[in-house]
Write a protein that binds this ligand. Structure first.
Ligand SMILES: Nc1ncnc2c1ncn2[C@@H]1O[C@H](COP(=O)(O)OP(=O)(O)OP(=O)(O)O)[C@@H](O)[C@H]1O
Ligand SMILES: [Mg+2]
Length: 502
């Protein structure tokens, strides 16, 4: 790394939260026109370090120098004005604004008289900004109605127009399709050419190696190493992130496969999926692979009673379900872990314990009272088993790192007397070490006779964990493969609409 062109230097940053040392003497140097990957396991401190930089949190100790100027106690707005923009991991606070309101947040053009916002000017300017980026949205549209990818593009638009010389992207691709990733990378490359520096947080190694120039590894709030990405292999990075060797990454055990538990017959929902038929047996793990948009999530949602379907039938243990509701399915032992934990995964202002136990509170009933002791013991066990990083079970779930929130959601469902577990992208945003733990748990559940349906866009995960693989393309099932004969190429060919004889 060259010494000149240094945009940012963070030195010996320390930050504690009650019960957690989130960062201890962490340093980071970022250069103009380069992408700096920030990597580490869930809870390593990546988001915290960047929230300090962008003015969300104050540092306990340490020094920040941005473009030669020492930063001290600046608030979010001042930081933005200096040219640092952060695209957050959770974009939810923005969802109630319109696109225009978000683009001009804190910079609304006011009418000459008084301090009222000039909406007409705001919309006109917003439209121009969007057009510059090749986006054709109505600026009056609510952020909420956009896909996560588009929300991110809007955030990037905002950053560019504010003349940001450093853009922080916190797991920008965790919820977007491969095409959208391509578009994002094109934008990143353009930004680089203009000299913009980018801090890029991700758990996906293929992306890191494609887009990053430099890398810094954090582990448990500590600085581990940094350098040019070309001097590292994936194995090097993993070893430094995890601090231990992970052997047997996919601990799939051969489970005893029994009778059919869930049977889906000719399920249709206009515009979402068509003619879906498949079954899952006791102890079996069925992987559903498809590109984003293939209709996989919609199928799971319909089975779980979150959306209605137009025609078709679902049988559970040989019984046709007459009136399918989510409550009914949960009572029957069907669980679903959704891909988007923001909307129906977690209750943000509740504790880790409550988030784990609320759905199955009945389990802890002694007569009409809940047994706090029993509840607490079970929760503690879950936290240990899933390696959930939290100061204790009373911490608010919203204070946990992204990946650890995901583990809490999983823990919640594991409490039920499960018959069928439906997982939608179960390891999205989850680091390598914890991924392997989650695979181990899924495998153990199957071993105990639970039927598992796992939707995933990650081929190695599908191949590593499934007994049988269903491939979806354009809203319907295009094939079914036995895991012993399936190959990555074969699955991909089917998923993209090609024919595959294998
Ligand atoms: N507002 C907060 N209050 C209390 N603890 C917090 C808060 N924010 C973060 N933490 C804790 O600080 C540690 C670092 O969290 P951080 O969000 O920075 O991790 P991360 O590296 O971004 O992880 P992930 O990959 O899961 O997003 C975690 O133990 C987390 O629980
Ligand atoms: Mg994070």
């Amino acid at each position: 790394m060259e010494e000149n062109g240094k945009v940012l230097e963070m030195r010996n940053i320390c930050k504690s939260f009650p019960g957690v040392k989130a960062l201890q003497n962490v340093s980071l140097t970022v250069y103009e026109g380069r992408v700096h990957a920030l990597v580490g396991e869930n809870g390593a401190g990546k988001s915290t370090l960047m929230k300090i930089l962008s003015g969300v949190y104050e540092v306990d100790a340490g020094e920040i120098v941005f473009k030669g100027k020492s930063l001290k106690h600046q608030d979010i707005k001042e930081i933005m004005d200096l040219g640092i923009a952060m695209i957050h991991q959770e974009l939810s606070p923005l969802e109630n604004m319109t696109i225009a309101e978000n683009l001009f947040l804190g910079k609304e053009p006011s009418l000459k008289i008084g301090c009222f916002v000039d909406f007409k000017a705001m919309h006109k300017n917003a439209r121009r900004m969007l057009e510059d980026m090749g986006l054709s949205y109505d600026p009056a549209r609510k952020m909420r109605s956009l896909s996560i990818a588009d929300m991110q593009l809007i955030e990037i638009t905002k950053a560019i127009h504010r003349g940001a010389s450093l853009i922080i992207m916190d797991e920008p691709t965790s919820a977007i399709t491969s095409n959208e990733i391509k578009t994002l990378f094109e934008h990143i490359r353009k930004l680089k050419e203009q000299g913009t520096a980018i801090v890029y947080i991700s758990h996906k190694f293929d992306e890191i190696f494609e887009i990053a120039d430099d890398v810094t590894v954090l582990r448990d709030g500590q600085y581990i190493c940094s350098g040019e990405i070309k001097d590292y292999t994936e194995a090097d990075l993993i070893a430094r992130m995890v601090g231990r060797k992970i052997d047997n990454y996919y601990p799939k055990e051969q489970a005893k496969i029994g009778e059919t538990v869930l049977k889906v017959k000719n399920l249709n929902r206009n515009g979402a999926f068509r003619d879906i038929s498949f079954e899952v047996k006791k102890g079996e793990i069925v992987g559903i692979f498809g590109l984003v948009g293939a209709g996989r999530t919609e199928v799971l949602r319909a089975i779980f009673g979150l959306d209605e379907f137009d025609s078709g039938e679902i049988e559970l243990c040989g019984q046709k379900i007459k009136k399918l509701t989510t409550d009914y399915m949960i009572r029957q032992g069907v669980a679903m872990v959704s891909e988007d934990r923001r909307t129906y995964g977690i209750i943000p202002r509740r504790s880790v314990e409550e988030n784990i136990t609320l759905t199955f509170l009945k389990k802890f009933m002694n007569g009409v009272f809940t047994s706090r002791k029993k509840e607490n013991a079970v929760v503690k066990e879950m936290i240990q088993e899933l390696l959930i990083k939290t100061p204790d079970e009373d911490a608010l779930i919203q204070n946990l790192s992204g990946g650890n929130q995901q583990k809490v959601v999983l823990a919640k469902w594991l409490l039920g007397d499960l018959k069928v577990l439906m997982l939608d992208e179960p390891t999205r945003g989850i680091d390598v070490g914890a991924k392997s733990e989650i695979y181990r748990i899924i495998s153990q559940l199957a071993g105990k006779g639970v039927s598992v349906i796992m939707v995933s866009s990650e081929l190695p995960e599908i191949l590593g964990m499934s007994d049988r693989i269903i491939v979806m393309h354009e809203k319907t099932i295009v094939g079914e493969l036995n895991v012993t004969t399936a190959t990555q190429e074969g699955i991909m060919t089917m998923a993209t609409g090609g024919r595959y004889y294998g």
